[in-house]
Ligand binder design. Structure first.
Ligand SMILES: [Zn+2]
Length: 351
């Protein structure tokens, strides 16, 4: 990874002085290329992330932190990339479990909605995971992608297990309307109400990458008490301001979504849709991807890392909302440590 003077300048100007020394990254993917089944890409997900990294072993993740955030001590919560078949489920989750135990780093299992409650529980306990991540592409293939709901990939019998064990649920919400989608909001509230012991994390602030994705979501969410929001892979400062104002500082978590955040991009919104501007040629042929656009010349040279864009946008919102150093320590470390510790204690209690 090549860090240019312009990157270093960006880091010094917009990040260094605001970033707490100890940080917890609640959203990272680790997996090894050698564990992949070598099959095609699933068609229900956007395609650009695979162009950034085809693997992210733990060593690579740790190296990335040292290069991009040289002044911070970073601990990750780890989980795999989306597994595409039984073999990958087994190998990817085993790798996360192994790394987690060897290095004393917390990990989540990637769950398949077809697993029975017993299977999920047994896998969580035997792998010493402290929660679960799943993904909409694992829902039944006959459901059109626009119709997938949260309970199609996090079925209720799984939520019962997570509630019983007091574990973390990392949720990337489905549906084209994103956070403002009424079905999403209804189900998020239902999880909070019916499964109070689940530590629910709404990833990427519910995919509100543009202000048009908000709708009346934050009015509704300001009534919630438990669910948390990570702002990984989001660099919309206006969205962050709304989030801070609506739910306060105790339920916001810093996350990156490594390795995608190593990408060089400047994200813009056009007519409510996000577009990643990238230096021409850096990520191969992106002409088929409506979320990607190549730029050249000066504009391309100024483009820094997605991670830096995310952090700078958050600190901009923090400044506008008058957040204190203590608030930032909560968001970047303490809020995460609290739920991680609770879930870890719960895991140890199971015998
Ligand atoms: Zn992710």
């Amino acid at each position: 990874m090549n860090v240019t003077d312009s990157d270093k300048n960006f880091y010094k100007t917009f990040i260094k002085d605001f970033l707490p020394k100890k940080i917890f990254d609640i959203h990272t993917h680790i997996w090894r290329k050698s564990d992949r089944s070598g099959k095609f890409q699933t068609e229900r997900t956007v395609s650009w992330p695979m162009l950034v990294a085809d693997e992210n072993p733990i060593e690579e993740l740790i190296k990335t932190y040292k290069i991009l955030l040289p002044d911070a001590e970073v601990t990750p919560l780890i989980f795999s990339n989306v597994p595409r078949d039984c073999d990958e489920f087994e190998k990817y989750n085993n790798y996360v479990s192994e790394v987690s135990q060897k290095r004393n780093i917390p990990g989540l299992i990637f769950s398949h909605p077809e697993w029975s409650a017993e299977t999920l529980e047994q896998k969580i306990i035997s792998g010493k995971f402290i929660g679960v991540k799943s993904y909409l592409s694992l829902s039944k293939p006959e459901i059109p992608v626009a119709d997938i709901t949260i309970f199609d990939f996090f079925p209720k019998h799984h939520l019962e297990v997570l509630d019983k064990l007091g574990m973390i649920m990392m949720l990337h919400i489905p549906r084209n309307l994103r956070l403002k989608d009424p079905v999403n909001l209804k189900q998020m509230l239902e999880i909070e109400k019916k499964y109070p012991n689940i530590k629910l994390i709404i990833a990427h602030v519910g995919r509100t990458y543009c202000k048009e994705d908000i709708g009346n979501a934050f009015d509704i969410l300001s009534e919630t008490k438990n669910m948390m929001f990570d702002f990984s892979a989001n660099c919309n400062s206006y969205v962050f301001e709304c989030l801070i104002k609506s739910i306060g500082t105790k339920r916001i978590l810093f996350g990156t979504d490594m390795p995608i955040l190593k990408m060089r991009t400047h994200r813009i919104c056009e007519s409510g849709k996000y577009i990643n501007l990238v230096p021409k040629g850096l990520y191969g042929d992106v002409s088929n991807d409506p979320n990607m656009r190549e730029v050249t010349g000066d504009e391309a040279e100024k483009i820094t890392f997605f991670l830096y864009e995310e952090l700078a946008a958050f600190f901009k919102a923090a400044l506008k909302c008058n957040l204190t150093k203590n608030d930032l320590e909560d968001i970047f470390y303490k809020n995460a440590i609290k739920i991680i510790n609770d879930a870890t204690v719960n895991l140890r209690k199971i015998k």
